[in-house]
Design a protein around this ligand. Structure first.
Ligand code: PMP
Length: 446
């Protein structure tokens, strides 16, 4: 391997998707060459964050350098992950009333009136009959999927689904097939290999088939072609499971996620999963579905039956931020935030493209990966941004294929135009320095 990005770019397809043992060994060798120097570049990364600032988490502080950085990497899409005039006093009250933890599982004293209020609110917000919450988003996927399907079932999963989905699918004991990312024709091909079109559920080799997709893919910033996926699910009588970790609260006119954005009826999605760690500035996860499915999960899912329930102040934070989003706090701040994140995201994406960067993802998505390709450029990019007090998240193997390294910008409604312009200026300079403006002459695509 030569060190220039152009040379490395050509090798990427060779390494992707080849599963055999020798390829994997080669892959690890390459990882060794690149990731060791990357790991040993301490000045290039965030170390311990000393505090998130009071200005709606637009900034954060590093301890070793104690520099204050513009935060372009947080999932704080609506700016709720910091002191908020409506949420914070209520969260403090809930802390006094309930303490940080219920110290109990849901079925044995761990269900507060806040938990039931949140579940009703989530169900209403996403447009499903019922919802159930869990202490962790990751565990929601990894424990709910095995509760829904097991041996004799078939999971068909998008190739870029999150690790929590992959682990949930593997742990379920169901057969797993993977379809090419966002490729609905390939999804149908995979389904057709398993069952005949229109075959009744009772006459086919699988007890149950679940297709799992995400609303917005976290490493790509791309939306799921949800309407098309649903059409295929209906045709083959498969169930659909939608992970809205990055889309709920962040997209759609009133924040109701990809269904609202893409004009899909939530009734057509069997299982809606989401997390509270992004748009709502809290922690935990939820499943929204029919009353029967939710009751079944409450009765059987280990994450409900054996795990301590969501922390009450975290629950209160979600209730309060949801009320702001819904306008039930008596202000129009929710709709302003939603309009702002859309405007900020589309502005930033468009400007990056004009500069000649290769930017992944769709309009309206607050996630915008900028391709570096060459993993050796990762520490340089991050270090130079940090030197100019801009904090970005770098994505490297194994979170992305080795030779498709990228920096992933996450835009927030809390960013001001001034913040965005500063971010753009720094990224542009660093992009020149590191040599990642791959389309310097291409006209911008809007
Ligand atoms: N699903 C997706 C698509 C995610 O990106 C993540 C984490 N970012 C999770 C689930 C896990 O959620 P949490 O971080 O809230 O545990």
């Amino acid at each position: 391997f030569k060190s220039s990005s152009e040379d490395l770019k050509g090798y990427a397809p060779i390494c992707l998707g080849l599963e055999d043992f020798y390829t994997r060994r080669l892959y690890l060798r390459i990882q060794d060459c690149f990731c060791r120097p990357i790991a040993s570049a301490p000045d290039a990364w965030f170390d311990v964050v000393e505090r998130y600032s009071e200005d709606s988490n637009k900034t954060l502080h590093r301890t070793s350098k104690t520099s204050k950085c513009l935060n372009l990497g947080s999932y704080n899409y609506l700016g709720f992950a910091a002191a908020d005039e409506y949420c914070t006093p209520r969260v403090i009250e809930s802390l006094k009333k309930y303490s940080p933890s219920t110290c109990s599982i849901r079925v044995d004293g761990g269900t507060t009136d806040l938990h039931t209020e949140l579940e009703e609110l989530v169900a209403r917000f996403v447009g499903k009959p019922a919802a159930v919450t869990f202490g962790m988003g990751y565990a929601t996927n990894s424990s709910i999927i095995p509760a829904l399907i097991g041996k004799g079932g078939l999971i068909i999963s998008d190739s870029l689904n999150h690790n929590s989905i992959v682990n949930g699918a593997r742990g379920s004991g169901a057969a797993i097939r993977v379809f090419q990312h966002n490729n609905v024709a390939h999804l149908e091909k995979v389904l057709r290999e398993q069952i005949a079109e229109g075959q009744p559920r009772t006459h086919r080799p699988w007890k149950k088939i679940i297709i799992i997709v995400e609303g917005i893919y976290s490493m790509e910033g791309e939306l799921c072609p949800l309407a098309e996926v649903i059409a295929v699910c209906k045709k083959y009588k498969a169930y659909i499971y939608l992970d809205e970790a990055h889309s709920i609260g962040a997209v759609g006119k009133s924040g109701k996620g990809v269904c609202e954005l893409l004009g899909v009826d939530p009734a057509d999605v069997d299982i809606m999963m989401g997390t509270f760690t992004k748009s709502f500035g809290s922690c935990g996860g939820y499943i929204a579905a029919s009353k029967e499915v939710v009751q079944y999960l409450k009765d059987t899912c280990p994450a409900h039956v054996y795990a301590t329930s969501m922390s009450p102040p975290a629950v209160q934070q979600v209730i309060s931020s949801l009320k702001v989003i819904l306008g039930e706090d008596g202000s129009s701040r929710g709709s302003q935030k939603l309009a702002q994140i859309r405007e900020n995201s589309n502005f930033f994406r468009c400007e990056l493209k004009k500069m000649g960067f290769e930017v992944l993802g769709d309009n309206d998505s607050p996630i915008m990966p900028i391709m570096l390709y060459n993993p050796a450029k990762i520490p340089a990019f991050s270090r130079e941004c940090l030197k100019q007090n801009v904090a970005v998240v770098m994505v490297a193997f194994p979170a992305s294929p080795l030779l498709l390294a990228r920096t992933r910008i996450c835009i927030s409604a809390a960013h001001s135009r001034e913040d965005l312009l500063k971010g753009l200026e720094v990224i542009s300079k660093v992009g020149d320095l590191v040599g990642i403006k791959y389309f310097p002459t291409e006209p911008p695509k809007h």
